[in-house]
Design a binder for this molecule. Structure first.
Ligand code: SAM
Ligand code: SF4
Ligand code: SF4
Length: 375
């Protein structure tokens, strides 16, 4: 008897179709989850593919030539994404971040941005639309993205030393091309630009001070560099606590060079702790997802490339919205289903990890990969 091969993509993660409540729950913009947290921020992964193989996200040994990425038909179309985004906005979402995988690899992304830019909050305000990219094709695309209605970008860059960076992206991609992308985004007015640097002890901590110096000097403090603690996302990166460089140590390294003053958060639920250079040359951010849990005001939801809703970066299961869409559910049905799903949300993985560092994921459950639900 022949063996049946089920593509990995189809088995990926458990994601039941959410039930549609018998009594409709209209959108009021005031959702509150089981821990009293509102819904404000939606991150949409537009592709699970990437042209980089950062070892902390898509290590080459796992994401190799045999890895099965999602087929085109599995992806949400731009119309489906926009429809869901509109329903999420009615529920209180004010900010949309496009991510991936590498979002700029999704064909025609500018059209999606233009569609999302047309959405309005219940108060009539436009959304805050942003995108996180590895910057590899940003130099070519910055102008068109801005013209489509994108307001700003976050670019990931883990160091200025070319050899270190090439090793970290593991596809031999040069720093100069990412810097050219940042310049182009700056010139296109896609600001304020943020640059994300994942810090791995023993890999790139020597790049912390040079990165800070570069972004202070080159852009006159207009680019915010954010240092991210290496996280135990997914199940592929072989994460070890001893490779995490706590933000407190990053801060110490920076303070040895320049006096820094703490800043108040601009919005509730902000992931980065902000610090300003005392000489006025801009600010930096510290994202301490490992050493300082910030679940208590986490207002973020994530929509995977194939339309599964995840309520936490470390979730093991999602909620299959694509099936609702493709089975012909009405806007009112989906709105009610979303309200019920959010009302049941009690995720707080980082807090649990802090309390019980070994592994806060239930035995036998596989955490979702970051390239699939986005950062
Ligand atoms: N490809 C785009 C990029 O790299 O900017 C967008 C997707 S990527 C998954 C989003 C963000 O997650 C990036 O800033 C990346 O550095 C960060 N990231 C990925 N894996 C991580 C990990 N294990 N720990 C901390 N940050 C991580
Ligand atoms: Fe690709 Fe971004 Fe993941 Fe790096 S962090 S492998 S660029 S998705
Ligand atoms: Fe939010 Fe989950 Fe991260 Fe906590 S661990 S801040 S709930 S995404």
């Amino acid at each position: 008897m022949g063996e049946t091969v089920i593509p990995l993509a189809d088995l990926r993660y458990a994601a039941p179709v959410p039930a549609i409540p018998a009594l409709a729950i209209p959108a009021t913009g005031l959702l509150s989850d089981a821990l009293g947290r509102p819904l404000r921020d939606l991150r949409i992964s537009v592709t699970d593919r990437c042209n980089f193989r950062c070892s902390y996200c898509m290590p080459k040994e796992v994401f190799d030539r045999d890895y099965v990425f999602l087929p085109q038909t599995s992806l949400l179309s731009f119309e489906e994404i926009t429809r869901l985004a509109r329903l999420f906005v009615a529920h209180g979402v004010q900010k949309i971040r496009l991510t991936g995988g590498e979002p700029l690899l999704r064909k025609g992304l500018e059209s999606l941005i233009a569609m999302l830019a047309g959405l309005r909050t219940p108060e009539g305000a436009p959304l805050d639309i942003t995108l996180t990219t590895n910057g590899s094709v940003l130099a070519r695309k910055a102008k068109a993205l801005a013209a489509a209605g994108l307001q700003r970008v976050t670019v990931s860059l883990d160091g200025l030393d070319d050899a270190i960076f090439r090793r970290m992206n593991d596809v031999d991609f040069p720093v100069a091309d990412v810097l050219a992308g940042i310049e182009a985004a700056h010139a296109a007015g896609l600001g304020p630009i943020k640059v994300n640097m994942v810090v791995k002890r023993g890999t790139n901590q020597q790049e912390i001070v040079p990165m800070a110096r570069y972004f202070r000097e080159q852009f006159d403090g207009r680019i915010v560099l954010r240092f991210i603690e290496y996280m135990d996302v997914g199940a592929s990166n072989g994460w070890r606590m001893d490779e995490v460089l706590p933000s407190a140590e990053v801060l110490k390294l920076l303070q040895a060079e320049w006096p820094l003053e703490p800043l108040d958060p601009t919005v509730t639920g902000e992931t980065a702790e902000r610090w300003r250079y005392a000489d006025g040359r801009g600010e930096i951010g510290l994202i301490s997802s490992v050493t300082q849990a910030f679940c208590s005001d986490c207002n973020r939801a994530r929509l995977s490339t194939e339309g599964k809703l995840f309520l936490c970066l470390f979730a093991t299961r999602g909620h299959d919205l694509r099936t609702l869409l493709r089975n012909g559910a009405s806007d009112a049905d989906i709105t009610s289903a979303l309200a019920a799903v959010w009302a049941g949300r009690d995720d707080r993985y980082s807090e649990l990890r802090a309390a019980q560092p070994a592994d806060a994921t239930a035995a036998g459950e596989r955490r979702v990969e970051m390239h699939y639900i986005g950062g």
